[in-house]
Design a binder for this molecule. Structure first.
Ligand code: NAP
Length: 248
């Protein structure tokens, strides 16, 4: 991949029908990348995104898969390549974020979080490496992997697994594939909460505000354009991870 250019490359972005994933898709398209927009339960939003991407002059495809189903995870890379041709960039963005703590966390929640948030990115990365042999992978972590999240226990465990997996696959897939991560902090309110939720927490951020999806997309863009960075995590969190270290 020519350093600094993703023009004409094709990127598969999981969970990209809405929110941060959508913003990443638009940012990559603005640099000339064609987009395979994966979705699960948001077909209308995915189609709307595909229309907007086409309007920006790139090719766009949508592909549905439910990561609660292991067979659907297994087939996604092949299905994306069948639709779009060679895939050069994989962004593992799809995630679940259920609430649980050490008192009430269940085995079922741990398994589901691990499957959607860590196993799916791993299987997609492995299939991508095997099928494509070269390219860029970016995994979406969470800035709290520098510490804990006491009210989303199974979720944060799954993100810690994804962080370790990022480093292991970076070594395993070198030199032809780079694997990096972006760890967002306070960006968007979780589904079901409104803007006041992140406004209230903004005071806990060293930079005293929440970030925007575009801040996350900028970091993804840097990582997919770089050809000498691998195994790295970019924290896009206004410095909150620096406090997480002491919260542990
Ligand atoms: N929002 C933040 O402030 C924040 C903070 C820290 C980390 N992050 C991380 O950044 C990434 C993007 O965040 P976000 O808030 O935009 O994510 P999100 O809205 O919670 O989820 C993104 C997408 O994941 C897909 N998804 C969920 N369950 C799935 C399943 N079983 N199978 C396949 N896809 C599934 C959904 O697709 P459908 O809608 O099509 O079902 C959803 O739109 C995530 O990895 C998240 O953990 C976000």
């Amino acid at each position: 991949m020519v350093r600094g250019s993703i023009r004409g490359k094709t990127a598969l972005i999981t969970g990209s029908a809405r929110r941060i994933g959508r913003c990443i898709a638009l940012a990559l398209a603005d640099e000339g990348a064609n987009i395979v927009a994966h979705y699960n339960t948001s077909p209308a939003e995915a189609e709307e995104l595909a229309g907007e991407l086409a309007g920006r002059g790139v090719d766009a495809w949508t592909v549905q898969a439910d990561f609660d189903r292991r067979d659907e995870i297994d087939l996604l890379i092949d299905r994306a390549v069948e639709r779009a041709g060679p895939v050069d960039i994989l962004v593992n963005n799809a995630s679940i974020f259920p609430s649980d703590n050490l008192e009430n966390v269940t085995f079922e929640s741990v398994v589901e979080n691990l499957q959607v948030n860590a196993w799916a990115p791993f299987v997609l990365s492995r299939a991508f490496a095997k099928r494509m042999g070269r390219g860029r992978i970016v995994n979406l972590l969470d800035s709290r992997v520098s510490g804990y999240d006491w009210s989303h226990a199974a979720y944060i465990w799954s993100k810690h697994v994804l962080a370790v997996m990022t480093r292991m696959t970076a070594l395993e897939f070198a030199p032809d594939i780079t694997v990096n991560a972006v760890a967002p902090g306070l960006i968007l309110p979780p589904p079901g909460k409104d803007e006041s939720y992140i406004e209230r927490l903004a005071g806990t951020v060293p930079l005293k505000r929440h970030g925007e999806p575009e801040d996350v997309a900028d970091a993804v863009l840097y990582l997919v354009k770089s050809d000498f960075v691998t195994g790295e995590v970019i924290y896009v969190d206004g410095g909150r991870h620096l406090k997480e270290y002491t919260n542990g």
